[in-house]
Design a protein around this ligand. Structure first.
Ligand SMILES: [Fe+2]
Length: 425
């Protein structure tokens, strides 16, 4: 019997709703934690969500240790610091509070303190050895504070390998948190740009999961333990892809308004969790591959309402700025899917032929970018056509993502996509 078209679904338990961070202590105790490590970044460490979670854990009788050394774009250096801290402390579980950086750092600290090995052992090949995680990890409760990464639902941890200046990661279903606790109250203090960028990252997760190569069209082992969670589009990931697009398109402007509509912000957070469960079981493709060199090569840009610091392109901004040309390229072949996505994102699809669905979707993404107030293409964040060769060289090693695309992607195609992403209006 050929099982190559089978697919496997992995999700955490999910608790969603206002006030749910207060339940983390009880959840941790029932997962068997007595001495958890609370993982966050130095900025969040002083903010209410971390205080709420810490109090809930302590009220449940747990002995809490704080690790607030998470870097916002994690590196092997910051991952290794967390791994050392976790290995030395003898913790029996992990609770992460933050964006993807905090959740991914907790996943990796959990992995290497549970199954110690050289750092590159579990890192994706060819950069690392791509070894399978040998067994279960300690329990991990993930509490997202942004509306984008969906990392609470995925078995993926992404980081920069400093020596190679390359974005890579570790992937295993073992890395999926045991429980995601998603509390809309955390979105109250999210700055406007961070909210806009993470919401557009959500749109890209859902779109890429919806349009990636279907399961069965890639050469993957059928055994659930050996198959990557990024296995290609499947009925489960499809089910969870269009709803987040509808939710972001329908709530983004109200969530960004001043004062913000908190119910709209809550719906964006729910959209991020759904999209995480979708791409976490399907994979992303070209816009994410294109984004990594953009984030890595930034020279002078810093988003307007971010605190002072080094040049930075937020992840969601780097992804959405590269997305429209990808869907123009996919064009007619993926017509019905692109059309359904455009409709979910609020476009009027009446009378649009399938051959025009890619352009319709791309135009709709540009309209969302304008509504969200993100910069007008790569030029607006300091890149020019002179940079295209270096950007292309940076994206080519992202084979895991590029091979999940429904069309063949080579250096010439990447070159054209970056040129088309320079300016949109
Ligand atoms: Fe993303």
């Amino acid at each position: 019997m050929d099982a190559s078209r089978s697919f496997t679904v992995t999700t955490p338990r999910i608790t969603f709703g206002p006030g749910s961070l207060g339940l983390v202590g009880d959840i941790a105790r029932r997962l068997g934690m007595r001495r958890p490590l609370l993982v966050t970044d130095p900025h969040l460490a002083a903010l209410p969500p971390v205080a709420t979670v810490r109090r809930a854990l302590e009220e449940a009788g747990l002995v809490v240790t704080l690790f607030d050394g998470v870097e916002v774009e994690p590196t092997d250096r910051s991952f290794e610091a967390a791994i050392r801290f976790a290995a030395d402390g003898g913790f029996d579980g992990f609770v992460s509070v933050g964006g993807g950086s905090a959740m991914d750092t907790a996943k990796v600290a959990d992995l290497y303190s549970s199954w110690p090995d050289s750092f590159l052992a579990y890192v994706n090949a060819p950069i690392g050895e791509g070894r399978n995680v040998p067994g279960p990890l300690k329990p991990h409760i993930a509490c997202p504070t942004t509306c984008g990464t969906g990392s609470e639902c995925t078995g993926i941890a992404v980081f920069d390998l400093l020596a190679m200046k390359a974005k890579t990661g570790i992937m295993s279903h073992r890395l999926v948190p045991h429980h995601a606790v998603v509390d809309p109250e955390v979105t109250a203090s999210l700055p406007r740009t961070a909210l806009a960028c993470t919401a557009l990252d959500t749109v890209c997760h859902a779109l890429e999961a919806w349009t990636c190569r279907p399961v069965g069209e890639r050469d993957l082992p059928p055994e659930p333990d050996l198959r990557p969670m990024t296995q290609g589009a499947n009925p489960w990931s499809d089910l969870l892809a269009l709803e987040p697009m509808r939710l972001v398109a329908g709530n983004l402007e109200a969530a960004l308004a001043d004062p913000p509509d908190m119910a709209a912000r809550g719906r964006l957070l729910w959209a991020a969790t759904l999209a995480g469960a979708s791409f976490g079981n399907a994979g992303c493709h070209v816009p994410h591959a294109l984004s990594y060199p953009v984030s890595g090569m930034v020279r002078g840009y810093r988003p307007p309402d971010y605190p002072p610091g080094p040049p930075l392109v937020p992840h969601g901004m780097a992804v959405i700025l590269n997305a429209p040309p990808v869907y123009r390229l996919m064009g007619a072949d993926a017509g019905p899917r692109l059309r359904a996505a455009a409709e979910a994102l609020g476009a009027d699809v009446r009378g649009v032929p399938e051959a025009g669905a890619g352009d319709l979707l791309a135009d709709r993404l540009v309209a969302l970018m304008r509504a969200a107030g993100v910069p007008n293409g790569l030029e607006a964040i300091g890149f020019s056509p002179v940079d295209v060769a270096a950007l292309t060289e940076g994206a080519l090693p992202q084979r895991r993502l590029l091979d999940n695309a429904p069309v063949e992607i080579d250096a010439d195609v990447l070159d054209g996509l970056y040129r088309a992403a320079m300016r949109y209006w």
